[in-house]
Design a protein around this ligand. Structure first.
Ligand SMILES: [Zn+2]
Length: 197
């Protein structure tokens, strides 16, 4: 399988919806890992429901956004309350992304009792999919194509910036994502959601 796996983290629902408007023409599908759901307003929940309705996946990214490896009792205190809150709003949750990518074998084992699949960052383990950060890769036309040709197919980012001004390396502009979408649509087998892996 050589479909692209795109994920976006944290609390940038509005930018994700704008991205959906921009990239639907490529048939793009992405997984959005929501952190701090306790801070969401009704309008934000409506956006998440709409993204799910449009064929994307919503995943869990914790209540506090702290590394689970630094929280005693993280499962009951931080992860499961976030999962339940998302589910109460009608979202189907089967994937979890590690905040800050911090994980270990023990957390993998415990979390895989509650999620089908986990997302790490650079490291891979059974049940854990790694992802390369689009901003860190300094993504441009050449580097995305190079990465995809080299077999890197899982990318993640946070906010997607459409006003032409990149806000720091963590927030790629829409052009970078568009390049990936175009390549995946034209030269690869489209897109995969985390729950499908
Ligand atoms: Zn995050």
């Amino acid at each position: 399988m050589s479909s692209a796996i795109l994920s976006f983290d944290d609390w940038y629902e509005k930018s994700w919806l704008a991205a959906d408007v921009a990239f639907r023409k490529y048939g793009w599908r992405a997984t959005f890992f929501v952190a701090k759901p306790q801070n969401l307003y009704a309008a934000d929940w409506a956006v998440l429901a709409e993204l799910q309705e449009r064929g994307h996946e919503i995943g869990c990214h914790g209540m506090s956004h702290l590394p689970v490896t630094e929280i005693d009792g993280y499962l009951e205190k931080d992860v499961l309350p976030a999962k339940r809150m998302l589910e109460r709003h009608g979202l189907k949750i089967s994937s979890f992304a590690y905040p800050h990518g911090m994980r270990n074998i023990q957390t993998d084992r415990e979390l895989l009792n509650h999620f089908k699949i986990l997302r790490g960052t650079t490291d891979v383990a059974p049940g854990v999919i790694s992802a390369s950060h689009i901003g860190t890769l300094q993504v441009n036309v050449a580097s995305v194509t190079k990465a995809l040709r080299a077999g890197i197919r899982s990318f993640y980012a946070h906010e997607i910036v459409f006003d032409g001004k990149r806000r720091g390396r963590w927030n790629p502009n829409g052009d970078a994502i568009e390049k990936i979408c175009k390549f995946a649509a034209e030269e690869r087998e489209g897109f995969a959601l985390f729950k499908e892996l």
